[in-house]
Design a protein around this ligand. Sequence first.
Ligand SMILES: [Zn+2]
Length: 424
Amino acid sequence: MEGVESTNSSAQVREKNDPGWEHFSLVKDASGKKKYRCLHCGTIYSRGGINRMKQHLAGIKGNIGACKKVPHDIRHQMQENLKQVVHRADMAVARWFYDSCIPMNALNSIYAQKAIDAIAAIGPGYKLPTYYMMRVNLLRDCKEECQLLVEAHRNSWKESGCTIMADGWTDIRSRTLINFLVYCPRGLSFLKSVDASDITKDANTLCALFSEVVEWVGVTNIVQIVTDNAANYKKVGALLHEKYANIYWSPCAAHCLNLILKEICSMTHVKDIANKASKVTILVYNHIFLLSWLRKREGWKEIVRLGATRFATTFITLKSVHDHKHDLQALIISKYYSDSKLAKTVKGKEATSIILDNKFWSSCLIMTKISGPIIRLLRIVDADEKPSLGYVYDGLYRVRKAIKNLFKDNKRLYKPYTTIIKSR
Ligand SMILES: [Zn+2]
């Protein structure tokens, strides 16, 4: 499109023709190093190119001090000029993306801005790597860099233990590939991808494949093996555990999170709170005269009541009941309720004492705070077709930290919950 522009000489010519230069003189110091002197304020700058000098004139802060003497019209002119330059760069990137069908997601890559910054630091004249460089030299160098990183991780596997993750997927040629990853608190490393099309049904061969990975990582370093497809790998997990007694197989992330919630649900005091909360909601929803009183309250939203099919729902209900604390307390102390027949019944009295019990409300709040992050994680895992298991482990690590924080690091209080999460 604008092939000529990319040649070195023309970039330099354009650089020299830049209107910014009219406001600077080039000076050289004793060692011959180039410096720029602002013709308006006389300040001498040694670092940066014409773009930085224009920022000085335009009064754009962050990169350089603003010129205090430049006339308004020139300042405005420089501001406009800089805007145009940025737009020209944006357009150049856009054209490249559209022409080469580069996925928009490339913009979100953590490497994108770094690449652009590295190019900008060189200034005019940078040439893209050749086709050959990209395929051979650079690929080799990146691989080396990656191996060094993996080596660094590998050293920490011994200390902290690690998890092997096997992520099975099917590519466009309908081959079944298994990606092996190793997770440790330092980070996630990719080990290898294996074409397992012929062996997915054969547990013994599959087990041999896993064993190979286990041996490479180091049997004693591995705490568990996680796979994303329970049905395919269950038998392999059992075989592996037979072979290596210290290695356990863990099912997929969502299942795992549900089990954590289930175990918390089955703690006696949690059962007790859930039971009390449901007594309150049942009372309210079984007596329309109570509901109609509550529905007149400003900002009233229905209390979430879900079947107890999934463990998350217990906590969602608890949170919803807690959100209605003030509405429910207002109802209970109102003349409207206390004059009613219901207030004098056993169920009515029971609900009243629950609603007026501060301990009940604080327990509700604690359960909400404990389960909240786990449920959020569960939603992410459920929504994403291919959730990163590393993300889940990282998330659980943060959940544990949050729970410890919640109990102000009181081990006796947080231990029952963190143990449940840790054991998964
Ligand atoms: Zn100046």
